[in-house]
Write a protein that binds this ligand. Structure first.
Ligand SMILES: NC(=O)c1ccc[n+]([C@@H]2O[C@H](COP(=O)([O-])OP(=O)(O)OC[C@H]3O[C@@H](n4cnc5c(N)ncnc54)[C@H](O)[C@@H]3O)[C@@H](O)[C@H]2O)c1
Length: 256
């Protein structure tokens, strides 16, 4: 705890559990005043009470909700230093079973949610002449994928393109835009979403030998939100335990 975000005002979206909650906790530990947003009211209020944050009920796929969340922060604290748009869904669905409505729902939360958050945060940040806009991307989409994630992979690859465009457009306003690309992170949702066998196989496939923790991802967000990252914009940090590295499945075998 080194006060790396002392007195900074942060809004973390999708933070009632998992990675977003870990980001909110980590930011609080480093001195930030945190407002969390979620569309699940009971879990969101419980997380906020536990963390010592304020809670706003909002669905980030809706622009009005994004604006209302930012307005809450401005009314409460007068400024907004960092916004983390982490809300995302990853329904497992083969492309041949995906309907246009299924596709639109994933895009509305994962990708339009990032646009909504950026547009809403831009208003105060441009006036301030400073701000950090941060997104949770993924290694799935920008680098790799697996069956059942066509819409999800497209949404996360889209986030990386948006990061570059927004970083360029906002650079003259003193605003930086970056993202984190988690690998396989052991959140409650992943434990529900994946079998024990999948998780064990994944541990073998990850060079560091374990799935990541939400806090591993939160530490990367902390860097990007801190003064240490003041010259970093338009990029992403991969937090995957080396998962992207192997050329093949036999990477643990040494030559005879
Ligand atoms: N867990 C992983 O292995 C992993 C890997 C790569 C990327 N990610 C990304 O990290 C993010 C968080 O993942 P997680 O595993 O912690 O998921 P999670 O489901 O545990 O948490 C997501 C949170 O976002 C909230 N949320 C969802 N849609 C929302 C909306 N429209 N408006 C407001 N809140 C909403 C949920 O209620 C929940 O609290 C997602 O964007 C996910 O795609 C996760």
């Amino acid at each position: 705890m080194t006060d790396r975000l002392k007195d900074k005002i942060a809004l973390v979206i999708g933070a009632s559990r998992g990675i977003g909650k870990a980001v909110a906790v980590r930011f609080k530990e480093e001195g930030a005043k945190v407002v969390i947003v979620d569309f699940e009211e009971e879990a969101g209020r419980a997380a906020a009470a536990e963390i010592g944050a304020d809670f706003v009920l909002a669905d980030i796929s809706k622009m009005d909700d994004a604006v209302a969340a930012v307005d809450f922060v401005l009314a409460r604290h007068g400024r907004l230093d960092a916004i983390v748009q982490n809300a995302g869904i990853y329904p497992w669905q083969l492309i041949e079973d995906t309907t246009p409505d299924d596709w639109d729902r994933v895009m509305a939360i994962n990708l339009r949610g990032c646009f909504n958050a950026a547009r809403a945060a831009l208003v105060p940040m441009k006036k301030q002449g400073s701000g950090r806009i941060l997104f949770t991307s993924s290694i799935t989409g920008p680098h790799v994928t697996s069956p059942g994630h066509g819409h999800y992979a497209a949404s996360k690859a889209g986030i990386n393109g948006f990061i570059r465009s927004a970083a360029l457009e906002f650079s003259s306003y003193g605003i930086t835009v970056n993202g984190v690309e988690p690998g396989n992170i052991l959140t409650e949702a992943i434990q529900l979403h994946r079998s024990a066998a999948f998780i064990e196989n994944m541990e073998v496939a990850i060079p560091l030998g374990r799935l990541g923790s939400p806090r591993d991802v939160a530490n990367a967000f902390l860097f990007l939100a801190s003064d240490d990252a003041s010259y970093v914009t338009g990029t992403t940090i991969v937090v995957d335990g080396g998962q992207l590295l192997p050329e093949g499945a036999d990477f643990r075998l040494l030559p005879p």
